[in-house]
Design a protein. Sequence first.
Length: 266
Amino acid sequence: MGQPSVFAVLGYLLPRARSYSTRLSNRARYTGCDVISEYGNHVATTLESQQKSLLDNPFLFCRNIRLQRPANDVSEAPGPAPAPGPTVLTITTGSPINGTVNVPFNATLAAAAGIPPFVWSIVGTNQSPGPGLTLNSTTGVISGTPTSASITTQTYIVVDSTKPTAQIAQKALTISIAAAPQASISAAASITNALSALPTITPFALPNGTVNVAYPNIQLDATGGIPPYTWSVAPALPNGLFFNLIGLGIISGTPLHASNGRQLIP
């Protein structure tokens, strides 16, 4: 009877290698191992000396078994990885979502993982994200034109298309709508400057008149301030003279009495 195969010897010396001697002996080639004694000494290096040492001495051990698989052997090749299952569905949109009164608003809610298409909704009977806004349940778009300043916090829900049981995620989001901005600082400054510049009346001095002689029509003018202007005079003009207090600011008439005075026309 011939000598036992190397795999049989390995199976005898190393119980853990017994399965290898049966499963791999027909398609894997033994290329060597580290043969050591029971005291840990390395006693064989070449393949032939390893075989002889293992067969002649039952107290030797084989460590670091080396096997070589044929290049065309695919029997042990791993199969394709199974398709990953759906991961946990989550809403990724941050909060708050800001807008301004009377300014068109558009924001898209977003979800991560899960299987699209998604269906969006709001917890409760009020499905409005805020005054003047609507939620598209298919696209997750919140749009519209805010009609009033508000801060609205609601819980939004998204449902995916996982079969047989759909995944559901929810998250509280706040939509903050600010009031429309007031007049710009530059415009306010312009108004302030205009108010601070008092009107100036021209002509500053009026011509003298003569009793019973028609006074030449004099039209007063003003610059500065904010027109239109309203005129007044104090004390009253001499008898027979008239002053148009609204609009053109014209002095006209015929003096009836001699007088000498000064009038303030603000």
